[in-house]
Design a protein around this ligand. Structure first.
Ligand code: SF4
Length: 305
């Protein structure tokens, strides 16, 4: 079953949310326009190629907003994700920049630690993410005064208070125009507008990151079971979007009870490893391989502010 059929269930106030999102995107484009005519905008969408970010890319292109788009190609993405990137580059009127890790750093790391070192310890996983994601991200944002993300409040407890416009970082403003959207809203927009999306979503991957660190989930599993599944749940919040010294507790996902999912919001994680499962194997392999990779619950309504 296609993800659009499974998940597209708009909130009662979806149209109001959409209008607000469009207003925020116009504000971002206006407030952070290019310094010189024809130059690059000072604001970009950090596009993970996940469902939310494909919605935002579609909105930016539909309105011809002066907002750039950048993608981090870690070198470990699925073929399906790379195909979607190609599709986006071909169809987008907004410039799409691709940032890749420094070749020397990758070669040295792989030579020293191996191709799949991320399974061995949190330190090695963080080191891999630093080389393949964080350093390219710093380059992508270096000349930006603002950026746009697909963060949503229902994605996790730590994101429950995501503001529409986050000014807490003195370096640049972060716009989160989908902060109050539900997962059903995201897929409603995708279905309504025929937005291209990663076909892995049709194979029960709610969250898609790098190939070695992503898997499909099974009936009853939390959406985070699909990402870094060998690690402690508290290790899975995205370092990209966590404020330094945040005191937020990582809350249990609502997905089991409400059918809420998140997408691949460029999760750069940090924290500890819980156990020592066999590399590449989860603690619930029977469930994972049963084929029931689906949740049928009705998504919750968003928290429209
Ligand atoms: S998600 Fe996995 S493969 Fe991708 S950069 Fe992080 S550790 Fe490396």
């Amino acid at each position: 079953m296609r993800a659009t059929e499974l998940h597209a269930r708009p909130s009662a106030d979806f149209e109001a949310k959409l209008a607000h999102t469009q207003t925020l995107l116009r504000q971002a484009a206006s407030d952070y326009a290019a310094v010189q005519a024809g130059g690059p905008a000072q604001v970009s969408l950090a596009c993970s190629l996940g469902a939310e970010d494909m919605v935002l890319a579609h909105l930016i292109n539909a309105r011809r907003l002066q907002i750039g788009i950048f993608v981090l190609d870690t070198g470990r993405l699925h073929t399906e994700t790379l195909d979607l990137l190609h599709q986006l580059k071909e169809s987008s009127q907004a410039p799409v920049e691709v940032f890749r890790p420094q070749t020397d750093a990758v070669v040295q790391f792989v030579r020293r630690e191996g191709q799949d070192a991320m399974y061995r310890s949190i330190e090695l996983r963080k080191a891999c993410c630093q080389i393949r994601k964080m350093e390219p991200l710093e380059r992508a944002l270096a000349d930006k005064r603002a950026w746009v993300t697909g963060l949503r409040r229902e994605q996790s407890g730590t994101r429950a208070e995501v503001p529409f416009v986050d000014t807490s970082d003195a370096r640049r403003v972060k716009f989160n125009p989908l902060a109050d959207w539900s997962w059903g809203d995201v897929w409603h927009y995708i279905r309504t507008h025929g937005v291209a999306y990663n076909p892995l979503h049709d194979q029960f991957y709610p969250s898609i990151g790098c190939e070695p660190c992503t898997r499909a989930i099974s009936l009853g599993e939390d959406f985070r079971a699909g990402r870094w599944w060998w690690e402690n749940e508290s290790a899975k919040e995205c370092g990209l979007h966590v404020k330094p010294h945040s005191s937020h507790e990582v809350a249990v996902s609502q997905s089991d009870t409400h059918g809420v999912f998140v997408s691949a919001q460029a999760d750069f994680s940090a924290a500890e490893v819980k156990g020592s499962p066999e590399p590449g194997r989860s603690q619930s392999e029977d469930l994972k391989e049963c084929g029931l990779h689906v949740k049928h619950e009705t998504p919750t309504q968003g928290k429209h502010a």
